[in-house]
Design a protein around this ligand. Structure first.
Ligand code: GCU
Length: 669
């Protein structure tokens, strides 16, 4: 029998038929002894999900301690004398015995996360009579930042209009937001920034009194799911909203304005998590406008938030976007390190610097930013992009955890335990943030299989040591009941990123995309522009020399990495054109020239997509018509895109060099 995928329900698919033994009886009552909005929600969620997805009539039984019992570890000890092993904040214990199932959080949120994990494991058929799990997130700050404009458009959104706004107003489908909150909580996300990228449009308006009640209502919706709001704000607010002539962070009137504004905001949303700021970036106002540095800029907001327990998430995406492309002395990749490293130790305790994973901008293949591990006295977070701006815009299948696993595995070489994963687990890095991939499309993410990216993001924030493969298998099994379908889908996910890499800009050279839109190839699209992202291909060579004889970027890394990247012989070849300017006849490890490798990867990348399409077609009789054909349509568009990339890239280099493909494959003149 074909079970229809309810794409709206994401990883909460109907599981009627999955055996519930050994605990069917215990699931018919969900007991709760403590009271709090999150705990009550946890109990309500479990009963509703069991009823809906397993057809178990599961009653919430307040004040009862039988069946499935939900609570906090301290609460259950106080009330029932239960001794459960303590875990970390937001963590939980799940314990199944003959007489009871206990889902106990270290705190209320932990209990909620325990409920969702229990439910996922139940759906996967992985709960047994002896299940005993202790689990906790690696990091306390697990956030998503929406780039939605108040017009209802989503900046870099590929899944329809905004979930929050319409026509200049906060306007939403309440049930939809509750369902979104469930999705977020079920993967452990606990912070949600709204207000539009850099606080433009929406953000400006949201911190004014006419709109604060709307924000408060949004906070109310997300609160029972353990998700706290952050607001994207604009640095210019003191003059744009206030009556001040300046936003100079060292001006006492500016400091007073921010304090007053924060006090006002917290009257409406007492548990606001804080602000997100994009300053001095891509034409945004910032402290540089007043000759101040970024610590001075961030600290004035931090001081206003501190009395309320709020934090400032300050983005390190700061660079000169008005560069003269002829000036080869400027290297945009250096920017974040050059600006922020010397300020280490000067930021207030409630500032979190949010560092993009790479020095450029969420490229398909770029190195990890040298700023990670280099800050010792400043709290910082890793910024990722779940929305697929440069990775196929949710038309192409591109499973991002594959890339995130590599990013997390990057060893900064600053002392022992210095991979990003370890920095996160050991608390030296304070969290993770990302831009989500959701919108009002019925399936949330445009491409149904792009749901795996949202799921994978949350799972990796929770446990950065999970492998991309394990997450792909888990997501596929939760979404597609049939095991053989799930296997094929995981295979597709795992093949997708390497395939995308192959048909995109070669070997870490970055930015060969269509300007502004960022889908599809335009080899010289950014070449003669002010944005600072050049490949500088000529007849003989391509790439930028970022060694010490070039821009010196490589020396921003710890010495071992500087040495590794600094020599083309040891530099990972995937990234070789990010670090080096090479002649087309440079011989790579496989004995072929750089040019021939460019040709080969592009032919291979297209072939890979063709194979992925064929693999999907084999699922035709095992899937419902809608799921099958909607994904098929995306694969067909992806194939056209891969062909475009292959042909544009290969033609470009053939024209530049006049050197033919050694296999004589078709390259257009
Ligand atoms: C990219 C993206 C922009 C966005 C920016 C950011 O440059 O194209 O739309 O503003 O990232 O991270 O703020």
């Amino acid at each position: 029998m074909i079970r229809k995928i309810m794409e709206y329900d994401c990883w909460f698919q109907c599981r009627v038929g999955v055996p519930l033994a050994p605990c069917a009886q215990l699931l018919s009552s969900v007991g709760l002894l403590e009271q709090s909005s999150i705990l009550e929600n946890a109990a309500a969620e479990l009963s509703a999900l069991l009823t809906k997805n397993f057809a178990v009539l599961s009653l919430r039984a307040e004040g009862k301690d039988t069946g499935t019992l939900i609570g906090t570890i301290p609460g259950l000890k106080a009330r029932l004398g239960l001794e459960l092993p303590p875990t970390k904040p937001d963590g939980f214990v799940i314990k199944v015995s003959d007489t009871r199932i206990i889902i106990a959080g270290q705190d209320e949120a932990g209990a909620l996360y325990g409920v969702y994990r229990f439910f996922a494991l139940l759906s996967l058929g992985k709960i047994s009579a002896k299940t005993e799990i202790i689990d906790a997130p690696a990091t306390p700050f697990r956030s998503l930042t929406h780039w939605d404009n108040i017009s209802g458009d989503v900046v870099r959104g590929y899944a329809g209009k905004s979930l929050f706004y319409k026509n200049g107003r906060v306007d939403y489908d309440k049930q939809r937001l509750i369902d979104y909150a469930r999705l977020l909580a079920s993967i452990g996300i606990n912070r949600l920034a709204i207000g539009g990228i850099s606080g433009s449009g929406a953000g400006q308006a949201l911190i004014t009194e006419p709109m604060l009640p709307d924000v408060a209502r949004l906070a109310d919706l997300f609160r029972p799911f353990g998700v706290k709001l952050l607001l994207n704000v604009k640095f210019s607010a003191p003059y744009a909203l206030g009556k001040l002539p300046t936003a100079d962070p060292l001006n006492p009137a500016v400091a007073a304005w921010w304090k007053e504004r924060a006090d006002l905001i917290y009257r409406y949303i007492p548990d606001l998590a804080g602000f997100v700021v994009k300053a001095d970036s891509e034409m945004e106002p910032g402290p540089f406008d007043y000759g101040r540095n970024h610590a001075e800029g961030a600290n004035v907001l931090a001081a206003a938030l501190a009395p309320h327990g709020g934090e400032v998430v300050w983005r390190c995406f700061v660079y000169n976007c008005a560069q003269d492309w002829r000036d080869q002395s400027i290297d945009r990749a250096r920017s974040a390190y050059d600006i922020f490293k010397s300020l280490d130790g000067t930021f207030a305790d409630n500032v979190l610097l949010q560092i993009k994973s790479g020095p450029y901008d969420f490229q398909v293949l770029e190195p990890v930013s040298p700023l990670f591990g280099a800050l010792n006295k400043t709290r910082y977070t890793l910024e990722l992009q779940v929305t697929q701006e440069y990775t196929g815009q949710q038309i192409d299948l591109c499973y991002l955890p594959y890339n995130w696993e590599q990013i997390l595995g990057f060893d900064t070489r600053y002392g022992p335990r210095s991979t990003l994963r370890e920095l996160l687990i050991d608390g030296k890095m304070s969290g993770v943030g990302a831009i989500p991939n959701v919108g009002l499309d019925h399936n949330w993410t445009g491409h149904t299989l792009a749901q795996a990216n949202l799921y994978g993001y949350g799972r990796l924030c929770w446990d950065p040591s999970l492998s991309a493969e394990l997450i792909a298998r888990e997501w596929s099994a939760l979404t597609f009941a049939d095991a053989s379908v799930a296997d094929t889908v995981s295979e597709l996910l795992l093949r997708s990123y390497p395939a995308y890499e192959k048909y995109n800009a070669p070997f870490g050279v970055c930015f060969m995309v269509t300007p502004a839109e960022h889908y599809g190839p335009n080899i010289e699209g950014y070449e003669f522009s002010p944005w600072g992202t050049y490949h500088r291909a000529d007849r003989f060579a391509i790439g930028i020399d970022r060694t010490d004889s070039g821009t010196g970027y490589v020396s921003q890394y710890a010495p071992e990495n500087a040495t590794l990247f600094g020599d083309p012989a040891t530099c990972p070849e995937q990234l070789i054109l990010f670090f080096h300017r090479l002649r087309y006849n440079y011989v790579m490890h496989n004995g072929k020239t750089l040019l021939q490798n460019i040709y080969n990867t592009h032919f291979d990348g297209y072939d890979e997509v063709q194979q992925m399409l064929e693999l999907w077609k084999r699922l035709k009789d095992q899937l419902d018509e809608h799921t099958y054909s909607s994904v098929l349509a995306r694969f067909e568009r992806q194939l056209a895109n891969a062909r475009e990339w292959r042909d544009q890239i290969n033609t470009y280099f053939w024209r530049k060099t006049g050197i033919a493909d050694d296999k004589g494959r078709k390259i257009y003149e």
